[in-house]
Design a protein around this ligand. Structure first.
Ligand SMILES: Cc1cc2nc3c(=O)[nH]c(=O)nc-3n(C[C@H](O)[C@H](O)[C@H](O)COP(=O)(O)OP(=O)(O)OC[C@H]3O[C@@H](n4cnc5c(N)ncnc54)[C@H](O)[C@@H]3O)c2cc1C
Length: 382
């Protein structure tokens, strides 16, 4: 029997994209979100062509591209000497090579655009202030499928036998913003920059919407409270300082000067079953991953779109099994790429020297070719 109506838990990027994708295939949905309103969440986001291509298909890319910045390049820079180690072209090059744009934007901008599209769609119904605890939420219609898009601390996951579990990743993110007119000269106003150093890296890019730089330092760390976001304690600031030993003094002082740092322990999920024939997990609920390849939200968008394609022409149990078989290898490969990037970005000593030599020998075209399988991916159509 074809799927007619879905219940979605969570109105994050995965949940809203799922509702829209289903509606484009004539499937109605009700989304249950615990928050009373969808307010400003998180910080900046890089959206790569594999995701922006889907957003174009869903009709929201025009809204985003009026607001976001298409960076000219993604630069890898030494955190000690500030020397450029490698560069991947983006901007027009990304549109030509991967057939869709690469953009950086505030997470709220994406969330708002998705929300506006969902609210304009008669097949989608959003219930705010509704937290799923145990058991299915009180939907208006009987659902053929329940979609868990409820993030890394997913409740729905607990009802799926053999489902993944969350674990501390051993990484901590420290987030802050800098007003563009107060930003030091080494912060590039046209590109995404990743400064690399032993045990840590710092990503920076400008956000047009806010006139500020989005800054995230990611370090090894061993403090794992189950806290989402908080001000770092004196001990946590000391840990950050120790991870920046040997870094360029300008970067160290920039971080030390920040009165407002957000301390964010990063959790990921172990591998495990994503579906049981009636319910399915997507996005971070299924496979929260470290941001070393900047692909978590992109994978949530791909999941949502491809799940809708699977549900549009098969009975539920078959569709969910097909979805899991189809998505799992790509997610596993991306996790491996993330782990490799972590190893390379945080390298020290002889490994760092080797990394810098290899990167120095790679022309931008060759670095871009290494990303074809991620950015050039064309999501499944029914
Ligand atoms: C530092 C950092 C930088 C990142 N940078 C990038 C990047 O540049 N590019 C990229 O693609 N990805 C990036 N990511 C990853 C990306 O942020 C996530 O993968 C993505 O936001 C996951 O979206 P989601 O919708 O699956 O989950 P979430 O955003 O967590 O949404 C889950 C939703 O479900 C709701 N919810 C939870 N529990 C319940 C419940 N019981 N009942 C009802 N509702 C519930 C929540 O309130 C929330 O609205 C980054 C991540 C980090 C940590």
């Amino acid at each position: 029997m074809p799927v007619d109506h879905a219940v979605i838990i969570g109105a994050g990027i995965a949940g809203l994209t799922a509702a829209l994708s289903l509606s484009r295939r004539g499937i109605s949905s009700e989304i249950f979100e615990q928050a009373d309103e969808l307010t400003e969440v998180g910080a900046g986001l890089q959206l790569s062509p594999n995701a922006s291509r889907i957003l174009a298909g869903l009709g929201i890319l025009d809204t985003l591209s009026k607001i976001w910045l298409e960076p000219e390049s993604i630069r890898l820079i030494s955190g000690s000497s500030l020397r450029q180690l490698a560069v991947v072209p983006a901007g027009k090059f990304a549109r030509q090579r991967w057939g869709a744009p690469y953009g950086v934007l505030h997470r709220t901008t994406l969330q708002k655009a998705l929300l506006a599209a969902v609210e304009a769609e008669p097949l989608c119904r959003l219930h705010l202030g509704m937290r799923m605890e145990a058991g299915p939420p009180p939907s208006e219609r009987l659902a053929d499928v329940v979609i868990g898009a409820d993030g890394v601390w997913s409740k729905l996951r607990q009802s799926i036998a053999g489902g993944p579990s969350p674990r501390f990743s051993g990484n901590i993110a420290y987030r802050f913003t800098i007003a563009e007119d107060e930003a030091p000269g080494f912060l590039d106003r046209t590109s995404v920059s990743a400064f690399l150093g032993g045990s840590a890296h710092l990503v920076s890019y400008p956000l047009k919407e806010t006139g500020s730089f989005n800054m995230v330092a990611i370090t090894d760390g061993n403090i794992a409270p189950q806290a989402w976001q908080s001000e770092p304690t004196a001990e946590q600031r000391a840990q950050l300082r120790s991870r920046l030993a040997g870094w360029n003094a300008a970067i160290v002082s920039l971080l030390e000067r920040q009165p407002k740092l957000t301390f964010w322990p990063l959790f990921e999920t172990t591998s495990g079953a994503w579906q049981d024939g009636r319910a399915v997990l997507i996005g971070d609920a299924a496979h929260a991953m470290m941001p070393f390849a900047a692909q978590g939200a992109a994978m949530a968008i791909e999941d949502a779109y491809e799940l809708a394609a699977c549900l549009s022409d098969r009975p539920v149990a078959e569709a969910l099994a097909h979805f899991e078989r189809h998505r799992a290898p790509r997610i596993a490969k991306l996790r491996q790429r993330g782990a490799f990037n972590r190893f390379a970005y945080h390298a020290r000593g002889p490994i760092r020297i080797g990394r810098d030599l290899v990167l120095g020998l790679k022309p931008p075209q060759s670095l871009a070719a290494d990303l074809d399988w991620i950015y050039g991916y064309r999501a499944m159509r029914p």
